[in-house]
Design a protein around this ligand. Sequence first.
Ligand code: PMP
Ligand code: GLN
Length: 378
Amino acid sequence: VTTRLPKVGTTIFTVMSALAQQHGAVNLGQGFPDFQGDPALVDAVAAAMRAGHNQYPPMPGLMSLREAVAGKIESLHGASYDPDREITITAGATQAILTAVLALVHPGDEVIVLEPCYDSYEPALTLAGATTVRVPLDPKTLHVDMARVAAALTPRTRAIMINTPHNPSGTVWNASERSQLRDLLRGTNVLVISDEVYEHMVFDGQPHISVCGDPELAARSLLISSFGKTFHVTGWKVGYVAAPAELMAEFRKVHQFNVFTVNTPMQQGLAQYLANPAPYLDLPDFYQAKRDLFRAGLAPTKFRLLPCEGTYFQCVDYSRISEMEDDAFCRWLTEEIGVAAIPLSAFHERPTDQRIIRFCFAKQEATLQAALTRLQGL
Ligand code: PMP
Ligand code: GLN
């Protein structure tokens, strides 16, 4: 067969989780918690199933959940989205990203991504027949280099994909970066696909800077998030998109023939759970404590810690430990030391000469301690 995705193999997350399992390694690779979500949320979903909420919900998602999402966005960012026409529940952020791209990007369009970037962006663009234009983040700060973004804009640029808090680097946008992007795009037709799946994991008292907080930017943006991250249930695959009605109408045209809609009992349970007073507000402290524990454990080692302002990922430079390329180093670390991590080259088009890997700290304290004990021997 002729492949649609010549550059794509099996994702690094799947590969590293399998390797971790095979070698009995502590899995700090693929990003998922090793603890359960709130039993009240699980109960709400189970109750929905038992109460018979088991048939198709409306195509854009249950209205109660769309209303809850609109309420959450309004209360956090002061932005108002019409749950009827401007919010759609998706099968996680991955489906939202692919659907957004297929709906709004045309063959021959250019789309800017900021490298390093999440591994699903480029395949989505390739499937849409678009050209991926990779703009590196500033190598020192891992923040957006707006001058380079400006230089990458052409009349063919259809969209830019952004991600804050950022996987893998753990950097978060500040308000000035958002206003710079707004000013840069003024007068263009460029759309913004804003991946905000780690929106509730921003540390040290910083705010989450969402595209929706700037009305001018919001008018050209699709905001994407994921309940899997926020409520420790990555396997549920439920997320959402918020966008102005005109963009959402196009999104839904594709969504209805992609998944049509998303599992009912999870939506019902999430809607009920979100009626509690803001069940996501303790997330920054919860993950900040894990970040601090993990960083303190690595501080005496030869790993060099990169900053971590958000997400549940900690990047480290291992050049004082090994000269190996990051891919080989992650395999070695998994097989010989017993800790799995993700090589940063997975977020780049080509292997880099950097010696950086990513650990996920969304783990129970005992898991983090077990990993640290092994890493402290290096
Ligand atoms: N975007 C980023 C930056 C991610 O890290 C992830 C997943 N971990 C996703 C999107 C996909 O989210 P979901 O599991 O909801 O599809
Ligand atoms: N987003 C998760 C990560 O970055 C992985 C999700 C997946 O395996 N597709 O680790």
